[in-house]
Design a protein around this ligand. Structure first.
Ligand code: WQD
Length: 346
């Protein structure tokens, strides 16, 4: 009997790629998504790849009663991978209460249900944003969590604390927080990928939309940082590597291999690349010249962040396989597929 996994936010960018990886590993998947930052077309994309459609429940996790009813209906859920959250740094500054309600209340309601089960397994989508500007690079999991630069980052820090405290007094609950660095790219079939709504806040979708002619030019937010070429450095990890890491973390929980019932892992490539290096890599893999201009720095940006991945390498036996070029090529293929689909719809 295959294990049944709930994936909240399963129609989102990382969520959808993880649903595919779970189904391909033989897990039965139930997706909860309220479609606030995704679309039902993603369910079709997943099904095209795996030839099997996960169960789908259009539920808003801010509705405590709906969450309770879900677990009454699906009493045989073996584990939960929790992606559903708001994630735009800038928006969180303008609308903090939306972020505290959507990212914290929902986590509490899920954990309130899970702690009642005999055995509960929980994976939390966290972020390197919890480190702020780390004092030392590469960043290890023991780097101090610094005051968040945004309400979004704060919700990830608070979320981790809520899970840690709950695990402390509920030994029937085992959990892992995965701190992603910068997720980018798309599934090689280009049936699923990143679907930013409106103007992309993140670098890679803005680059691919610019190359596709949807944006006039890319603004590079500052080239006067203390880095080799003056632009910020990040650890860009292929979403396929990230999805695979979730399946490995899940199996660690299901096989009860943990030494403690709460663990944290960085998920990155361990390599830092600057914005200008990303542009150069994109131009190489796409053959497109990318129009860009240097503009002022963006409020809240850290100078550099890239992962020390030795804990995930040693404990999860996981490491990122794809390169920056691979990820950018897949993002560009996805963007071109989106444009073709739009042209065919006209
Ligand atoms: C990357 C670099 C920008 C856009 C955030 C969250 C993180 C995760 C990923 C959710 C920075 C520069 C960007 C542009 C630019 N979110 N940039 N022009 O800010 O590192 O991380 O998104 O999972 O938790 O903190 O990612 O892609 O926005 O920026 O120059 O139009 O690209 O200054 O140096 P970031 P990003």
């Amino acid at each position: 009997m295959s294990k049944k996994i709930l994936v909240t936010g399963g129609l989102g960018f990382i969520g959808s790629h993880t649903v595919v990886a779970l189904q391909e590993k033989g897990y039965e998947v139930v997706v909860i998504d309220n479609l606030s930052n995704s679309s039902l077309s993603v369910l079709g994309g997943i099904t095209k790849i795996t030839k099997s459609s996960p169960d789908f429940e259009n539920i808003d996790l801010r509705d405590k009663v709906a969450v309770k009813k879900f677990f009454e209906k699906y009493s045989d859920i073996d584990a939960v991978i929790h992606f559903a959250a708001s994630k735009a740094v800038g928006e969180s500054v303008e609308n903090p209460l939306l972020y505290y309600e959507n990212n914290i209340n929902t986590l509490v309601y899920l954990l309130q249900q899970l702690k009642e089960k005999d055995r509960a397994k929980f994976i939390f989508s966290s972020s390197c944003t919890v480190y702020g500007q780390a004092d030392e690079l590469p960043i290890t999991e023991s780097a101090p969590v610094k005051k968040a630069e945004s309400p979004y980052g704060n919700t990830k820090q608070i979320g981790e604390e809520i899970i840690k405290d709950t695990c402390k007094v509920n030994d029937n609950l085992s959990a892992i927080s995965l701190r992603y660095f910068n997720p980018i790219g798309a599934h090689p079939t280009a049936n699923i990928g990143e679907l930013p709504i409106g103007t992309p806040q993140n670098l890679i979708p803005f680059i691919t939309q610019t190359a596709a002619g949807k944006r006039k030019q890319l603004s590079v937010f500052g080239d006067d940082y203390p880095t080799p070429d003056g632009t910020c450095i990040r650890d860009y990890i292929h979403v396929m590597d990230l999805a695979r890491a979730h399946v490995i973390a899940l199996e660690r929980l299901l096989e009860e291999e943990q030494s403690s019932n709460y663990e944290v892992f960085n998920l990155g490539t361990g390599t830092g690349n600057s914005v200008l290096e990303v542009i150069k890599s994109f131009e190489k893999v796409s053959g497109e010249e990318l129009p860009y201009k240097i503009t002022d720095r963006r409020e809240g940006d850290v100078v550099a962040a890239y992962a020390d991945t030795s804990k995930a390498n040693d404990v999860l036996k996981w490491k990122a396989d794809f390169t920056l070029d691979d990820a950018l090529a897949s993002a560009w293929k996805w963007q071109q597929t989106l444009e073709e689909k739009k042209e065919n719809e006209i």
